[in-house]
Design a binder for this molecule. Structure first.
Ligand SMILES: Cc1cc2nc3c(=O)[nH]c(=O)nc-3n(C[C@H](O)[C@H](O)[C@H](O)COP(=O)(O)OP(=O)(O)OC[C@H]3O[C@@H](n4cnc5c(N)ncnc54)[C@H](O)[C@@H]3O)c2cc1C
Ligand code: FES
Length: 469
Protein backbone atom coordinates (compact mmCIF):
# COMPACT_ATOMS: atom_id res chain seq x y z
CA UNK A 1 0.00 0.00 0.00
CA UNK A 2 2.94 2.31 0.74
CA UNK A 3 4.04 2.10 -2.86
CA UNK A 4 0.52 3.10 -3.98
CA UNK A 5 0.45 6.01 -1.55
CA UNK A 6 3.96 7.33 -2.21
CA UNK A 7 3.23 9.12 -5.48
CA UNK A 8 0.31 11.04 -3.89
CA UNK A 9 1.66 14.47 -3.06
CA UNK A 10 -0.82 15.69 -0.40
CA UNK A 11 -0.34 14.11 3.06
CA UNK A 12 -4.07 14.61 3.86
CA UNK A 13 -5.14 12.76 0.68
CA UNK A 14 -2.68 9.98 1.50
CA UNK A 15 -4.12 9.63 5.03
CA UNK A 16 -7.74 9.55 3.71
CA UNK A 17 -6.87 6.93 1.05
CA UNK A 18 -5.03 4.81 3.65
CA UNK A 19 -7.89 5.07 6.17
CA UNK A 20 -10.58 4.21 3.58
CA UNK A 21 -8.64 1.21 2.27
CA UNK A 22 -8.10 -0.37 5.69
CA UNK A 23 -11.69 0.53 6.80
CA UNK A 24 -13.06 -1.34 3.76
CA UNK A 25 -10.80 -4.34 4.42
CA UNK A 26 -11.80 -4.47 8.09
CA UNK A 27 -15.52 -4.18 7.23
CA UNK A 28 -15.19 -6.99 4.67
CA UNK A 29 -13.46 -9.29 7.18
CA UNK A 30 -16.14 -8.70 9.82
CA UNK A 31 -18.98 -9.13 7.34
CA UNK A 32 -17.58 -12.59 6.57
CA UNK A 33 -17.29 -13.33 10.29
CA UNK A 34 -20.99 -12.40 10.78
CA UNK A 35 -22.01 -14.78 8.06
CA UNK A 36 -20.15 -17.74 9.56
CA UNK A 37 -20.77 -17.32 13.31
CA UNK A 38 -24.01 -18.10 15.25
CA UNK A 39 -26.78 -15.50 15.83
CA UNK A 40 -26.57 -15.44 19.68
CA UNK A 41 -23.14 -13.92 19.43
CA UNK A 42 -24.44 -11.22 17.07
CA UNK A 43 -24.10 -8.42 19.60
CA UNK A 44 -20.49 -9.20 20.49
CA UNK A 45 -19.56 -9.59 16.82
CA UNK A 46 -21.23 -6.30 15.93
CA UNK A 47 -19.19 -4.49 18.60
CA UNK A 48 -16.01 -6.21 17.44
CA UNK A 49 -16.82 -5.19 13.85
CA UNK A 50 -17.26 -1.51 14.75
CA UNK A 51 -14.08 -1.40 16.89
CA UNK A 52 -12.12 -3.36 14.27
CA UNK A 53 -13.21 -1.03 11.46
CA UNK A 54 -12.34 2.04 13.52
CA UNK A 55 -8.94 0.54 14.38
CA UNK A 56 -8.41 -0.21 10.66
CA UNK A 57 -9.25 3.37 9.70
CA UNK A 58 -6.81 4.79 12.27
CA UNK A 59 -4.08 2.35 11.15
CA UNK A 60 -4.69 3.36 7.51
CA UNK A 61 -4.40 7.03 8.37
CA UNK A 62 -1.13 6.41 10.25
CA UNK A 63 0.31 4.44 7.29
CA UNK A 64 -0.73 7.28 4.98
CA UNK A 65 0.90 9.82 7.27
CA UNK A 66 4.14 7.83 7.58
CA UNK A 67 4.30 7.41 3.85
CA UNK A 68 3.95 11.18 3.62
CA UNK A 69 6.87 11.57 6.03
CA UNK A 70 9.06 9.32 3.83
CA UNK A 71 8.12 11.19 0.68
CA UNK A 72 9.02 14.46 2.35
CA UNK A 73 12.39 13.04 3.33
CA UNK A 74 12.99 12.06 -0.32
CA UNK A 75 12.54 15.58 -1.59
CA UNK A 76 14.78 16.94 1.17
CA UNK A 77 17.51 14.53 -0.04
CA UNK A 78 17.11 15.83 -3.54
CA UNK A 79 17.57 19.42 -2.43
CA UNK A 80 20.68 18.66 -0.42
CA UNK A 81 22.19 16.84 -3.37
CA UNK A 82 21.86 13.25 -2.09
CA UNK A 83 21.86 10.95 -5.09
CA UNK A 84 18.62 9.01 -5.58
CA UNK A 85 19.09 5.34 -6.42
CA UNK A 86 16.36 4.72 -8.99
CA UNK A 87 17.39 5.00 -12.64
CA UNK A 88 13.74 5.56 -13.63
CA UNK A 89 13.66 8.59 -11.44
CA UNK A 90 16.19 10.31 -13.70
CA UNK A 91 14.51 13.69 -13.44
CA UNK A 92 15.18 13.75 -9.71
CA UNK A 93 18.70 12.40 -9.93
CA UNK A 94 21.69 14.63 -9.61
CA UNK A 95 23.93 12.06 -11.22
CA UNK A 96 22.68 10.11 -14.18
CA UNK A 97 23.98 7.20 -16.18
CA UNK A 98 24.02 6.81 -19.91
CA UNK A 99 22.20 9.59 -21.84
CA UNK A 100 20.14 12.47 -20.46
CA UNK A 101 18.39 15.02 -22.64
CA UNK A 102 19.50 18.65 -22.49
CA UNK A 103 17.79 21.63 -24.06
CA UNK A 104 19.86 24.39 -25.64
CA UNK A 105 18.84 27.36 -23.54
CA UNK A 106 21.15 29.90 -25.17
CA UNK A 107 23.46 29.95 -28.18
CA UNK A 108 26.12 32.67 -28.10
CA UNK A 109 28.77 33.44 -30.69
CA UNK A 110 32.10 33.98 -28.88
CA UNK A 111 34.43 34.53 -31.82
CA UNK A 112 34.68 34.04 -35.57
CA UNK A 113 34.85 30.26 -35.09
CA UNK A 114 33.64 29.48 -31.57
CA UNK A 115 30.03 29.39 -30.39
CA UNK A 116 28.79 28.57 -26.89
CA UNK A 117 25.79 26.40 -26.13
CA UNK A 118 24.16 26.69 -22.70
CA UNK A 119 22.52 23.37 -21.89
CA UNK A 120 19.80 22.83 -19.31
CA UNK A 121 18.42 19.39 -18.37
CA UNK A 122 15.10 18.79 -20.12
CA UNK A 123 13.77 17.10 -16.96
CA UNK A 124 14.61 20.29 -15.01
CA UNK A 125 16.44 18.16 -12.43
CA UNK A 126 19.70 19.06 -10.76
CA UNK A 127 23.07 19.04 -12.48
CA UNK A 128 25.95 16.80 -11.50
CA UNK A 129 28.90 18.71 -10.09
CA UNK A 130 31.98 18.48 -12.25
CA UNK A 131 35.68 19.05 -11.81
CA UNK A 132 37.08 22.11 -13.62
CA UNK A 133 38.61 20.80 -16.86
CA UNK A 134 36.23 17.87 -17.36
CA UNK A 135 34.17 17.30 -20.50
CA UNK A 136 30.67 16.29 -21.56
CA UNK A 137 30.00 13.63 -24.19
CA UNK A 138 27.12 14.46 -26.52
CA UNK A 139 25.23 12.48 -29.15
CA UNK A 140 23.91 14.05 -32.34
CA UNK A 141 21.45 12.59 -34.82
CA UNK A 142 22.81 14.03 -38.03
CA UNK A 143 21.00 13.41 -41.32
CA UNK A 144 23.20 11.51 -43.80
CA UNK A 145 25.20 9.92 -40.98
CA UNK A 146 24.67 6.18 -40.68
CA UNK A 147 24.45 6.37 -36.90
CA UNK A 148 24.49 8.96 -34.11
CA UNK A 149 27.68 11.02 -33.99
CA UNK A 150 29.28 11.09 -30.55
CA UNK A 151 31.71 13.84 -29.56
CA UNK A 152 33.26 15.19 -26.37
CA UNK A 153 33.39 18.89 -25.43
CA UNK A 154 35.02 20.50 -22.39
CA UNK A 155 32.76 22.29 -19.95
CA UNK A 156 33.78 25.88 -20.56
CA UNK A 157 32.29 27.57 -17.51
CA UNK A 158 32.32 27.10 -13.77
CA UNK A 159 29.32 28.78 -12.23
CA UNK A 160 28.03 27.01 -9.13
CA UNK A 161 24.28 26.65 -9.05
CA UNK A 162 23.83 28.20 -12.49
CA UNK A 163 21.63 25.30 -13.62
CA UNK A 164 23.39 24.99 -16.98
CA UNK A 165 26.43 23.41 -18.58
CA UNK A 166 28.25 25.45 -21.20
CA UNK A 167 30.03 23.96 -24.21
CA UNK A 168 32.03 26.19 -26.53
CA UNK A 169 32.56 24.62 -29.89
CA UNK A 170 34.87 25.54 -32.75
CA UNK A 171 33.47 25.11 -36.24
CA UNK A 172 36.01 22.79 -37.82
CA UNK A 173 36.74 23.48 -41.49
CA UNK A 174 38.49 21.10 -43.86
CA UNK A 175 42.25 20.97 -43.26
CA UNK A 176 44.19 23.19 -45.67
CA UNK A 177 45.04 21.47 -48.92
CA UNK A 178 42.85 18.43 -48.27
CA UNK A 179 39.73 17.74 -50.28
CA UNK A 180 37.74 16.29 -47.38
CA UNK A 181 34.45 17.30 -45.76
CA UNK A 182 34.52 19.77 -42.85
CA UNK A 183 33.96 18.58 -39.28
CA UNK A 184 30.67 16.70 -39.02
CA UNK A 185 29.56 17.42 -35.46
CA UNK A 186 30.93 20.93 -35.00
CA UNK A 187 29.37 22.20 -38.24
CA UNK A 188 26.06 20.57 -37.35
CA UNK A 189 26.15 22.25 -33.93
CA UNK A 190 26.86 25.66 -35.47
CA UNK A 191 24.40 25.41 -38.35
CA UNK A 192 21.55 23.18 -37.20
CA UNK A 193 21.42 23.38 -33.41
CA UNK A 194 19.48 26.34 -32.07
CA UNK A 195 17.87 27.50 -28.86
CA UNK A 196 15.27 24.84 -27.99
CA UNK A 197 17.14 21.97 -29.68
CA UNK A 198 17.50 18.84 -27.55
CA UNK A 199 20.85 17.06 -27.20
CA UNK A 200 21.51 13.87 -25.21
CA UNK A 201 24.62 13.97 -23.02
CA UNK A 202 26.47 11.65 -20.67
CA UNK A 203 27.58 12.85 -17.22
CA UNK A 204 30.76 14.98 -16.99
CA UNK A 205 33.94 12.94 -17.14
CA UNK A 206 37.68 13.20 -17.68
CA UNK A 207 40.93 13.21 -15.76
CA UNK A 208 42.27 16.54 -16.98
CA UNK A 209 41.18 18.79 -14.14
CA UNK A 210 42.70 21.11 -11.59
CA UNK A 211 42.72 20.29 -7.88
CA UNK A 212 40.82 23.16 -6.35
CA UNK A 213 42.15 22.33 -2.89
CA UNK A 214 45.78 22.90 -3.87
CA UNK A 215 47.42 26.28 -3.23
CA UNK A 216 50.31 25.77 -5.66
CA UNK A 217 50.44 28.54 -8.29
CA UNK A 218 48.81 27.38 -11.53
CA UNK A 219 49.79 28.34 -15.06
CA UNK A 220 47.02 27.67 -17.60
CA UNK A 221 48.32 27.72 -21.17
CA UNK A 222 46.14 27.37 -24.26
CA UNK A 223 45.74 28.30 -27.86
CA UNK A 224 42.66 28.33 -30.10
CA UNK A 225 39.71 26.37 -28.77
CA UNK A 226 41.98 24.86 -26.09
CA UNK A 227 40.84 27.85 -24.04
CA UNK A 228 37.62 26.04 -23.02
CA UNK A 229 38.81 23.90 -20.07
CA UNK A 230 41.13 26.76 -18.98
CA UNK A 231 38.23 29.12 -18.38
CA UNK A 232 36.55 26.56 -16.19
CA UNK A 233 39.82 25.98 -14.29
CA UNK A 234 40.61 29.68 -13.89
CA UNK A 235 37.13 30.46 -12.58
CA UNK A 236 37.21 27.52 -10.18
CA UNK A 237 40.60 28.54 -8.77
CA UNK A 238 39.52 32.15 -8.34
CA UNK A 239 36.34 31.11 -6.58
CA UNK A 240 37.90 28.60 -4.18
CA UNK A 241 40.90 30.83 -3.62
CA UNK A 242 38.78 33.80 -2.57
CA UNK A 243 36.76 31.53 -0.26
CA UNK A 244 40.04 30.33 1.26
CA UNK A 245 41.51 33.82 1.39
CA UNK A 246 38.57 35.06 3.42
CA UNK A 247 39.09 32.09 5.79
CA UNK A 248 42.88 32.12 6.25
CA UNK A 249 44.30 34.88 4.07
CA UNK A 250 45.99 32.48 1.60
CA UNK A 251 45.45 33.31 -2.06
CA UNK A 252 46.29 30.96 -4.93
CA UNK A 253 47.67 32.77 -7.95
CA UNK A 254 46.76 31.69 -11.45
CA UNK A 255 48.35 32.72 -14.75
CA UNK A 256 46.16 32.55 -17.84
CA UNK A 257 48.25 32.52 -21.03
CA UNK A 258 46.39 32.32 -24.31
CA UNK A 259 47.49 32.44 -27.92
CA UNK A 260 45.20 33.46 -30.79
CA UNK A 261 45.62 34.66 -34.36
CA UNK A 262 43.99 38.00 -33.51
CA UNK A 263 40.95 39.51 -31.78
CA UNK A 264 38.56 38.07 -34.35
CA UNK A 265 39.51 34.52 -33.36
CA UNK A 266 39.85 35.18 -29.65
CA UNK A 267 36.88 33.89 -27.63
CA UNK A 268 36.13 35.14 -24.09
CA UNK A 269 38.67 37.96 -24.31
CA UNK A 270 36.65 40.59 -22.44
CA UNK A 271 35.03 38.16 -20.00
CA UNK A 272 38.44 37.05 -18.72
CA UNK A 273 39.80 40.61 -18.58
CA UNK A 274 36.78 41.61 -16.46
CA UNK A 275 37.59 38.75 -14.09
CA UNK A 276 41.23 39.87 -13.89
CA UNK A 277 40.09 43.36 -12.85
CA UNK A 278 38.08 41.86 -9.99
CA UNK A 279 40.66 39.29 -8.85
CA UNK A 280 44.27 40.39 -8.25
CA UNK A 281 45.38 36.74 -8.12
CA UNK A 282 44.47 36.24 -11.80
CA UNK A 283 47.21 37.26 -14.25
CA UNK A 284 46.43 37.25 -17.97
CA UNK A 285 48.78 37.30 -20.94
CA UNK A 286 47.33 37.29 -24.48
CA UNK A 287 49.68 36.69 -27.37
CA UNK A 288 48.53 37.28 -30.97
CA UNK A 289 50.35 35.82 -33.95
CA UNK A 290 48.76 38.14 -36.56
CA UNK A 291 47.17 41.11 -34.74
CA UNK A 292 44.92 43.57 -36.62
CA UNK A 293 45.27 47.32 -36.08
CA UNK A 294 42.02 47.33 -34.07
CA UNK A 295 43.50 44.78 -31.65
CA UNK A 296 45.95 47.40 -30.36
CA UNK A 297 45.64 47.60 -26.56
CA UNK A 298 43.80 44.27 -26.31
CA UNK A 299 46.78 41.91 -26.33
CA UNK A 300 50.07 41.82 -24.46
CA UNK A 301 52.62 40.62 -26.98
CA UNK A 302 53.00 39.40 -30.54
CA UNK A 303 54.01 35.88 -31.58
CA UNK A 304 53.26 32.49 -30.04
CA UNK A 305 52.91 31.45 -26.43
CA UNK A 306 56.21 29.64 -25.93
CA UNK A 307 59.03 28.71 -23.61
CA UNK A 308 60.58 32.20 -23.88
CA UNK A 309 57.43 33.89 -22.57
CA UNK A 310 57.32 31.52 -19.60
CA UNK A 311 61.03 31.92 -18.89
CA UNK A 312 61.25 35.68 -19.29
CA UNK A 313 57.95 36.79 -17.74
CA UNK A 314 55.92 34.13 -15.98
CA UNK A 315 58.54 32.34 -13.87
CA UNK A 316 59.97 35.65 -12.54
CA UNK A 317 56.42 36.75 -11.59
CA UNK A 318 55.75 33.44 -9.83
CA UNK A 319 59.05 33.79 -7.94
CA UNK A 320 58.29 37.35 -6.94
CA UNK A 321 54.80 36.52 -5.65
CA UNK A 322 55.37 33.17 -3.98
CA UNK A 323 59.11 33.22 -3.25
CA UNK A 324 59.72 30.09 -5.34
CA UNK A 325 59.28 28.97 -8.93
CA UNK A 326 57.17 25.98 -7.90
CA UNK A 327 54.02 25.86 -10.06
CA UNK A 328 51.69 23.47 -11.86
CA UNK A 329 51.27 23.83 -15.62
CA UNK A 330 48.11 22.93 -17.53
CA UNK A 331 48.23 22.81 -21.33
CA UNK A 332 45.49 22.52 -23.93
CA UNK A 333 45.74 23.40 -27.58
CA UNK A 334 46.90 22.20 -30.95
CA UNK A 335 49.20 19.16 -30.92
CA UNK A 336 52.16 21.18 -32.25
CA UNK A 337 51.67 23.88 -29.64
CA UNK A 338 51.56 21.38 -26.80
CA UNK A 339 54.54 19.37 -27.99
CA UNK A 340 56.63 22.54 -28.19
CA UNK A 341 55.52 23.71 -24.73
CA UNK A 342 56.11 20.35 -23.14
CA UNK A 343 59.68 20.22 -24.37
CA UNK A 344 60.12 23.90 -23.44
CA UNK A 345 58.94 23.29 -19.88
CA UNK A 346 61.20 20.28 -19.60
CA UNK A 347 64.16 22.42 -20.74
CA UNK A 348 63.23 24.96 -18.08
CA UNK A 349 63.55 22.21 -15.48
CA UNK A 350 59.83 21.83 -14.76
CA UNK A 351 59.27 18.31 -13.43
CA UNK A 352 57.08 16.07 -15.58
CA UNK A 353 54.62 15.51 -12.74
CA UNK A 354 53.93 19.25 -12.65
CA UNK A 355 52.75 19.34 -16.25
CA UNK A 356 49.18 18.30 -17.15
CA UNK A 357 47.73 18.38 -20.62
CA UNK A 358 44.85 17.36 -22.83
CA UNK A 359 44.65 17.03 -26.55
CA UNK A 360 41.42 17.55 -28.48
CA UNK A 361 42.66 15.82 -31.57
CA UNK A 362 44.49 12.63 -32.31
CA UNK A 363 47.83 14.19 -33.20
CA UNK A 364 48.72 15.06 -29.59
CA UNK A 365 50.28 12.77 -27.07
CA UNK A 366 48.48 12.27 -23.80
CA UNK A 367 49.84 12.60 -20.30
CA UNK A 368 52.19 9.76 -19.36
CA UNK A 369 51.88 8.29 -22.84
CA UNK A 370 54.18 5.42 -23.63
CA UNK A 371 55.60 5.47 -27.13
CA UNK A 372 53.33 3.65 -29.57
CA UNK A 373 54.60 0.30 -30.68
CA UNK A 374 55.61 0.21 -34.33
CA UNK A 375 53.20 -1.57 -36.66
CA UNK A 376 53.76 -5.31 -36.64
CA UNK A 377 54.96 -5.47 -33.06
CA UNK A 378 53.05 -5.56 -29.81
CA UNK A 379 54.48 -3.83 -26.75
CA UNK A 380 54.65 -7.17 -24.92
CA UNK A 381 53.56 -10.71 -25.51
CA UNK A 382 54.39 -10.46 -29.23
CA UNK A 383 51.19 -11.94 -30.70
CA UNK A 384 51.49 -12.09 -34.45
CA UNK A 385 47.86 -12.99 -34.87
CA UNK A 386 44.82 -13.38 -32.64
CA UNK A 387 41.34 -14.78 -32.88
CA UNK A 388 38.92 -11.98 -32.04
CA UNK A 389 35.37 -12.95 -31.18
CA UNK A 390 32.75 -10.19 -31.38
CA UNK A 391 30.32 -12.01 -29.09
CA UNK A 392 27.27 -9.73 -29.36
CA UNK A 393 27.51 -9.66 -33.17
CA UNK A 394 28.19 -13.40 -33.44
CA UNK A 395 31.34 -12.81 -35.52
CA UNK A 396 34.89 -14.09 -35.36
CA UNK A 397 37.89 -12.79 -37.33
CA UNK A 398 41.66 -13.12 -37.29
CA UNK A 399 43.58 -10.00 -36.27
CA UNK A 400 47.18 -9.30 -37.29
CA UNK A 401 49.35 -6.38 -36.08
CA UNK A 402 49.06 -4.41 -39.34
CA UNK A 403 45.31 -4.10 -38.67
CA UNK A 404 45.89 -1.60 -35.89
CA UNK A 405 43.71 -1.13 -32.86
CA UNK A 406 40.72 -3.27 -32.01
CA UNK A 407 38.51 -0.32 -32.95
CA UNK A 408 40.10 -0.12 -36.43
CA UNK A 409 39.75 -3.88 -36.75
CA UNK A 410 36.11 -3.94 -35.62
CA UNK A 411 35.28 -1.22 -38.15
CA UNK A 412 36.93 -3.15 -40.97
CA UNK A 413 34.90 -6.19 -39.91
CA UNK A 414 31.72 -4.14 -40.24
CA UNK A 415 30.96 -4.00 -36.49
CA UNK A 416 30.99 -0.20 -36.27
CA UNK A 417 31.28 0.32 -32.48
CA UNK A 418 30.62 3.82 -31.09
CA UNK A 419 33.74 6.02 -30.86
CA UNK A 420 34.65 9.66 -30.53
CA UNK A 421 38.14 10.84 -29.49
CA UNK A 422 39.97 7.67 -30.62
CA UNK A 423 42.71 8.41 -28.11
CA UNK A 424 41.61 6.87 -24.84
CA UNK A 425 40.05 9.99 -23.37
CA UNK A 426 36.27 9.95 -23.74
CA UNK A 427 35.33 6.30 -22.89
CA UNK A 428 32.89 6.19 -25.82
CA UNK A 429 34.47 3.02 -27.22
CA UNK A 430 34.59 1.26 -23.83
CA UNK A 431 33.77 -2.41 -24.28
CA UNK A 432 33.55 -5.44 -22.01
CA UNK A 433 36.43 -7.91 -22.42
CA UNK A 434 35.00 -11.37 -21.75
CA UNK A 435 38.16 -13.39 -22.43
CA UNK A 436 41.85 -12.79 -23.09
CA UNK A 437 44.06 -9.75 -22.56
CA UNK A 438 44.91 -6.58 -24.48
CA UNK A 439 47.97 -4.38 -24.86
CA UNK A 440 47.54 -0.63 -24.68
CA UNK A 441 49.49 1.41 -27.21
CA UNK A 442 49.42 4.20 -24.65
CA UNK A 443 47.96 4.26 -21.13
CA UNK A 444 44.29 5.30 -21.17
CA UNK A 445 43.85 8.92 -20.08
CA UNK A 446 40.55 7.92 -18.47
CA UNK A 447 40.45 4.50 -16.80
CA UNK A 448 37.73 2.22 -18.19
CA UNK A 449 35.33 0.39 -15.86
CA UNK A 450 36.43 -2.91 -14.30
CA UNK A 451 36.47 -5.71 -16.91
CA UNK A 452 36.26 -3.22 -19.82
CA UNK A 453 38.82 -1.96 -22.32
CA UNK A 454 39.16 1.09 -24.55
CA UNK A 455 39.34 -0.51 -27.96
CA UNK A 456 40.51 2.70 -29.69
CA UNK A 457 43.98 2.41 -28.15
CA UNK A 458 44.53 -1.32 -27.64
CA UNK A 459 45.13 -4.52 -29.52
CA UNK A 460 45.22 -8.23 -28.60
CA UNK A 461 47.90 -9.44 -26.21
CA UNK A 462 46.68 -13.07 -26.15
CA UNK A 463 45.94 -15.43 -29.02
CA UNK A 464 42.22 -15.24 -28.39
CA UNK A 465 40.09 -12.44 -27.08
CA UNK A 466 36.34 -12.16 -26.71
CA UNK A 467 34.75 -8.73 -26.79
CA UNK A 468 31.13 -8.03 -25.91
CA UNK A 469 30.60 -6.24 -29.20
C1 LIG B 1 38.48 15.65 -24.15
C2 LIG B 1 38.09 16.47 -25.34
C3 LIG B 1 37.55 17.72 -25.15
C4 LIG B 1 37.20 18.50 -26.26
N1 LIG B 1 36.70 19.76 -26.05
C5 LIG B 1 36.39 20.53 -27.10
C6 LIG B 1 35.89 21.85 -26.92
O1 LIG B 1 35.71 22.33 -25.79
N2 LIG B 1 35.56 22.57 -28.03
C7 LIG B 1 35.75 22.08 -29.30
O2 LIG B 1 35.43 22.78 -30.26
N3 LIG B 1 36.24 20.84 -29.50
C8 LIG B 1 36.55 20.05 -28.44
N4 LIG B 1 37.00 18.78 -28.65
C9 LIG B 1 37.09 18.26 -30.02
C10 LIG B 1 35.74 17.65 -30.41
O3 LIG B 1 35.46 16.52 -29.62
C11 LIG B 1 35.67 17.21 -31.88
O4 LIG B 1 36.75 16.37 -32.13
C12 LIG B 1 35.70 18.39 -32.84
O5 LIG B 1 34.57 19.21 -32.62
C13 LIG B 1 35.71 17.90 -34.29
O6 LIG B 1 34.59 17.08 -34.49
P1 LIG B 1 33.80 17.13 -35.88
O7 LIG B 1 32.81 16.04 -35.87
O8 LIG B 1 33.31 18.50 -36.14
O9 LIG B 1 34.93 16.84 -36.92
P2 LIG B 1 35.25 15.44 -37.63
O10 LIG B 1 34.18 15.10 -38.58
O11 LIG B 1 35.59 14.48 -36.56
O12 LIG B 1 36.55 15.85 -38.44
C14 LIG B 1 37.68 16.37 -37.79
C15 LIG B 1 38.57 17.04 -38.83
O13 LIG B 1 38.99 16.06 -39.77
C16 LIG B 1 38.78 16.53 -41.10
N5 LIG B 1 38.57 15.37 -41.97
C17 LIG B 1 37.41 14.82 -42.38
N6 LIG B 1 37.65 13.76 -43.19
C18 LIG B 1 38.99 13.64 -43.26
C19 LIG B 1 39.87 12.75 -43.95
N7 LIG B 1 39.40 11.76 -44.71
N8 LIG B 1 41.20 12.94 -43.81
C20 LIG B 1 41.70 13.93 -43.05
N9 LIG B 1 40.93 14.81 -42.38
C21 LIG B 1 39.59 14.66 -42.48
C22 LIG B 1 37.59 17.44 -40.99
O14 LIG B 1 37.57 18.37 -42.06
C23 LIG B 1 37.85 18.11 -39.65
O15 LIG B 1 38.73 19.20 -39.82
C24 LIG B 1 37.38 18.00 -27.56
C25 LIG B 1 37.91 16.71 -27.74
C26 LIG B 1 38.27 15.96 -26.66
C27 LIG B 1 38.84 14.59 -26.86
S1 FES C 1 36.90 6.65 -28.56
FE1 FES C 1 37.29 7.93 -26.87
S2 FES C 1 38.19 6.54 -25.46
FE2 FES C 1 38.03 5.38 -27.24
Amino acid sequence: MRSILKPVKSPLTRAIIGASTILSLATLIFALWFGITESKEEKTNFKLGVYGSLFGAIAGAVVGGLTGYDAGKGSANKKSGVVASSQDNASQDKVWKDWRNFVVDRKVQESQEITSFYLKPQDQGELTDFKPGQFLTIKLDIPDQARPVIRTYSLSDYENGSGYYRLSIKKEGSPKGLDVPPGVASNFMHDQIHEGSVIPAKPPNGKFFIDINSSTPAVLISNGVGITPMISMAKAVIKTSSDRASANGVDRHVWFLHGARNGEYHAFREAMVDLEKQHPNLHIHYKYSRPRPEDEGHFHSQGYVDKDLIESQIIPQIQEISGSSNAEYFLCGSPKFMDSLRSGLSELGVAEDKVFFESFSKGGKTKGAAPSAPAGESTSGEVTQAEVVFAASGKMAIWSPDQGTLLDFAEVEGIDPPSSCRQGVCLTCMCELNEGEVDYLEPPTTEPDEGNVLICICRPKTNKIVLNL
